[in-house]
Write a protein of this length. Structure first.
Length: 113
């Protein structure tokens, strides 16, 4: 049961009970309009929420370029999976994220990049 709804609208949260992965996946399908909610989710304390949000933003691609600054902060996340999803998202967003991807190449865990 996903109780926090990571600051999403009440309507979205009351339609059904979502896991972090399900909620991010639904938001990915909404597209560009979901980017603000996904940016909020990138700051969640739950690693699954942060990872799923980064993954969804990566699937949205260049329309998620407003998330680049927050995704950059995830390059220093304590969780390898979160860092990896952030790198993938930045790569899918494209040219606006090139400098962040250069930073990611310095990660000690090669699985991140």
């Amino acid at each position: 049961m996903f109780s926090k709804c990571f600051s999403l609208s009440v309507t979205f949260c009351t339609v059904a009970h979502f896991t972090p992965s399900n909620a991010a996946s639904v938001l990915k399908n909404i597209g560009k309009d979901a980017v603000p909610a996904l940016i909020i989710a990138l700051k969640d304390e739950d690693t699954d929420v942060r990872s799923s949000a980064a993954n969804a933003l990566g699937n949205i691609g260049k329309d998620a370029k407003s998330a680049v600054p927050t995704l950059i902060t995830l390059l220093k996340d304590k969780d390898d999976n979160v860092r990896s999803k952030a790198v993938n998202a930045l790569g899918n967003i494209g040219i606006d994220a090139v400098s962040a991807l250069i930073i990611a190449l310095k990660d000690e865990n090669i699985l991140v990049w």
